[in-house]
Design a protein around this ligand. Sequence first.
Ligand SMILES: Cc1cc2nc3c(=O)[nH]c(=O)nc-3n(C[C@H](O)[C@H](O)[C@H](O)COP(=O)(O)OP(=O)(O)OC[C@H]3O[C@@H](n4cnc5c(N)ncnc54)[C@H](O)[C@@H]3O)c2cc1C
Length: 506
Amino acid sequence: MTLPINVVWFKRDLRIEDHAPFYQAAQSGTVLPMYIIEPELFQQPDSSRRHWHFIHDSLTALNECLSCYAGRLIVRVGNALSVFEDLRQKIGTFSLWSHEETGNAWTFKRDTDVAHWCHFHSIIWHEYPSHGVVRRLKNRDNWSTLRNARMNDTIISIHPPFYFINDIEGVPIPSKDDSMFGDNILGTTQKGGRTQAVQTLNSFLKERGKKYMLTISKPGVSARHCSRLSAHIAYGTMSVREIEQMTKNKIKTLEQMNDQESQFFKNNLLAFLSRLSWRCHFVQKLEQQPNIETHCMHRAFEGMRESQYRHDYFQAWSTGNTGYPLIDACMRSLIQNGWITFRMRAMLMSFASYHLWLDWRQTAPYLARLFTDYEPGIHYSQCQMQSGVTGINAIRIYNPIKQSLEHDPEGLFIKRYVPELKDVPHPWIHEPWCWNQSTLSYPTPIVDHKMAIEYVRSQISLRRQQAGFKEQAQRTYNTLGSRRQQTKEPKKTLPHKKQLTLFVPY
Ligand SMILES: Cc1cc2nc3c(=O)[nH]c(=O)nc-3n(C[C@H](O)[C@H](O)[C@H](O)COP(=O)(O)OP(=O)(O)OC[C@H]3O[C@@H](n4cnc5c(N)ncnc54)[C@H](O)[C@@H]3O)c2cc1C
């Protein structure tokens, strides 16, 4: 009897541990593990070579892992439909197994095309949920219950022996320098791969996480004390469930210690767990409303900034030359390292959207290309939130000087990334234009903070006064808003006064 052929299509899930499609495919027949490199994906405005570097490491690791079980990853380059059609002509009918992907508009369309193709050729495509995202959800009332149940479910282990199909033509994994992956990157990229993911989590749970919340907003030290798992989660070298369960086990151990230091560490890990939940919450938004990549969540904000685009402002912001030291240090650090902590991401975005009045659709793809951990669901929601166009979140305008004083008081981070300021004495490092020294080769502030903010307030207030604003905000909240307390009767109305009218100075 010949066993059915099961093609496991790896996408943003580059592991075999806790991998339902791989497990189920292996249980029911022979397995052909496949990764398709889609050159067109790398031509999208939100894709970059930096992503490829991380994927490259992770594919190499995945292939090594499969080889331990006498398998190999079949890598193909091309359009997914053509690759599958070619396969069908060579091996006949097969079943397709993968995780559900909540990606950008391009991958959404590609998946729709693949679904039609499967239907046409009577190929069954078995899709399994990814992390905590629930497909075909009508509203968010029960979402966190469903998500948490999934996180508490048993981790799917690896059950060899596997029956692999290895005699199918593939290509070697293209090099990191291959021209199909776009412009060269200027800095470095975090290393990908399963082993790196496990080591990163272990070091966070052993030591690094002790100072997680103390340092999370400090640009100089957060790279060490944050988990640094975001790229691993984005490319699925570990599942969120694995991370949650290992963290919860650590919390149990700490609870038994009963000393102050352990309690402190435990509280840090609880804060980390809530961020893992936010991660699923944000990706769920894109799952439910794919057009948040291209449209303001609240339509009153359409047309507010688009026509006022200033390329000189974009250039200054995107290269770290705005004349605001912390903004420039953060941007240059991001270009160099492909990662920066949450608050600094929020400040960079807020500065572009409020101070420079740049439309988020012009700046979000640029940041996406710089972030190794680019995750469309988190990214577009956050970019919209930090630009004040959701209608359901407080408007947070970060004052770059205040942020600098609070999070880099000595200016050490600034001096590391903006060497033009290395000789500026401490009190002036946050506002070098006040230093009575004319020889600096550093720009003066591109805009005046106070004047820019006055304009922002007036523009946003005008939009909020439009007829029907509250009603549409309520509809957005019903579909996408977070239900913070999961009581038996979840709140059905938007907390208007607090959320809609407040400008929060940060
Ligand atoms: C404008 C903007 C864009 C962003 N774009 C992305 C993105 O493309 N990809 C991405 O992974 N994160 C994004 N974030 C969220 C956050 O900044 C990063 O997840 C975090 O800094 C990653 O570092 P870490 O893994 O050490 O995080 P930790 O603080 O250790 O958090 C653990 C995990 O929780 C999740 N997480 C943490 N913070 C958030 C948050 N605020 N919202 C949702 N999930 C969160 C991430 O998966 C993260 O890996 C963005 C934030 C802003 C303000």
